[in-house]
Design a protein around this ligand. Sequence first.
Ligand code: DOR
Length: 450
Amino acid sequence: MFQSLLIKNATAILPSGRALTNLLVENGKIVSMDAAPTTIAKEVIDATGLVLFPGLIDDQVHFREPGLTHKEDLHTASRACAAGGVTSFLEMPNTKPAAIDQSLVEDKYRLAAGKSIVNFGFYIGATTTNIESLKYATGVPGIKIFIGSSTGDLLVDDQESLERIFAETRLPICAHCEDETTVRSNQARLGTDLKVSDHSVIRDEAAAVIATRRAIDLAKRHHHRFHVLHVSTAAEIPLITDHANLITAELCPHHWHFNCDDYARLGNLIQMNPSIKTRDDNTRLWQALLEGHIQVIATDHAPHTLEEKKQPYPKSPSGLPAVENYFSLLLDRASRGECTWEQIASWTSDAPARVWGLVGKGRIEIGYDADLVLVDPNEMRTIENSEQFTKSRWSPWAGESLRGFPKQVFVDGRTVFRDGKIVTEQPAARLQFDHTLGGFWKTQDGVGPG
Ligand code: DOR
């Protein structure tokens, strides 16, 4: 059925900057940015006073299906995405079973195809024994390595396996970088009488720096495209800077927003891997983002039930939900002059699309898919647990008042969220990857490596 949508008078955040547009969508694609305001379309929206962003692409989420669906599932998580302006997600392999070969990855695609209301992609996870699966995997954004262990039992920290993965595979690699040996020896030193603030002593700055340095060394020697997930310390910034675009990096909201002082107020709720660090790290990581040393913002959305989180440390699991709040955290920062809407669009949409070679995503541009978010930049609201769409029904930002919220969200030109409500159950699409697109993945001679 022919579908058309006209969004009139919107301040759109385009690759070239903001511009007043009359945006016309036909059959899910952006076909015009300066349509006549009188154009006849099935749906016409007057967006006067609203800002139109490209839909957010969250490249690091843990949606728990299969196997851990008491915490979250692909349906509830995708609704949380829609409410937060996230129109595409890339999900991590530490489900149960872990997604470590093509058929397990395809199982997840099949599950999502029946129930995810936003677009979806799934990484393949590395183990010490699945090099053949990694070599021949297709239809995935890339390979995820847990160089340090976290939720689940995926871990590759022996040098021989890491060398082989970087040498013999061709897909882009991303990694959770916390050095296992450092973490274990910190743990042994602190003993068993632990409080949650010890989490940042066990998973300390050295653990992050050692593992990030090790992974970058591998990427450089093997000339392999590499994305550093959730940078948590300022000490990692020199490591990720200036590697001829072979290496990109990512920051998560909890690592710029929370620090060790917040354990007193929030306790286990902000227990995360990598751990949160100091106030100084918050400031310097945000600065690294502004300066372009970090290109991507993602959430590491990792829900656990409140009951699980409330167990005494270290029984309490690491992880927090974030997909539905991070856009507003950023819009709020923009409202205070700490960043621009253009930067937000780059960090949350254009950059992740280019890092992972997402076809047709990441920009408001003719020919691109109409994954869009209409934002009211002046709406003020206090985050409430009861309003969260995630199955875990809590947010570490509950009680915080923010300015700037998604008002209407479109996936392929169809409204999925409007004025606080999910308005569709229709499944969205499997993401397509073209790793030769690679805006970031260029060597000095302009040829994409790997
Ligand atoms: O704290 C975390 N929890 N960090 C991760 O990398 C994984 C995540 C989870 O899956 O629970």
